[in-house]
Ligand binder design. Structure first.
Ligand SMILES: [Zn+2]
Length: 226
């Protein structure tokens, strides 16, 4: 599996800092289980965070600037080939069926036995239990898109993480294949189309409801419930 689309540094920092919404954290942990490059980034961030914690004196303004510059420098350091292959960290748990462990923990049934609920022709979903209890605008779900099906154009009022579990799709950003994650905020309008060879199954974590653009899409929104 070659992963080409990764988690944004801002999202990883929120994950490391424990401020990321629980639903988004499940998607991040699931991608980390299969992505040495993002695990490597997390390790660097944890190292920087531990340096902060070691500081006993409150930082002056200029020291804070210096630390921010150091963090920027670390994050700008090119990732090496060895980092890409990376040592397996504790985040890389065994997969259960075709689903990495962090997600499998939230799935009542294996992926090939999911009782899909049809939304519209070509699009089915399966809501997963809400991690950390119900939270307004936050959701974790699986989406199954039939080959060649187009998802209505939408943008987000919060953040959306889409992790490809099976198949692939293409949108304005590029082609997303198994293991890739799309980390989208409210700047992005997109309209994914599933590739034609097989169903595309994704894990979608949202924090903040989606905003659909067209009239048909707005009618669809209450049905999808996101
Ligand atoms: Zn990654």
């Amino acid at each position: 599996m070659t992963i080409r689309h990764h988690i944004a540094d801002d999202t990883l920092m929120a994950y490391v800092g424990g401020t990321l919404a629980p639903s988004l954290s499940v998607a991040v942990a699931t991608h980390l289980a299969i992505c040495p490059r993002c695990r490597d980034s997390v390790a660097m961030m944890e190292e920087v965070a531990s340096l902060y914690l070691e500081e006993t004196e409150p930082l002056s303004h200029s020291e804070k600037d210096k630390d921010a510059a150091l963090l920027d420098q670390i994050m700008a350091t090119p990732r090496t080939e060895t980092a890409e292959q990376g040592a397996v960290s504790s985040l890389a748990g065994p997969a259960i069926g075709s689903v990495p462990r962090p997600l499998a923990d939230y799935m009542p049934v294996p992926l090939d036995q999911v009782p899909w609920k049809r939304l519209v022709p070509g699009i089915s979903h399966y809501p997963l239990p809400q991690p950390g209890g119900k939270r307004k605008g936050s959701a974790l779900r699986l989406l199954k898109i039939a080959p060649g099906t187009r998802i209505p154009e939408h943008s987000h009022s919060g953040q959306e993480l889409t992790l490809i579990l099976e198949g692939s799709y293409i949108d304005e950003i590029g082609r997303f294949q198994k293991g890739d994650i799309a980390d989208l905020d409210n700047e992005i309008h997109h309209q994914p189309v599933a590739d034609t060879d097989q169903d595309c199954i994704c894990l979608i974590a949202t924090d903040g409801p989606l905003k659909f653009s067209g009239i048909f899409s707005r009618l669809l929104q209450p049905i999808i419930g996101i």
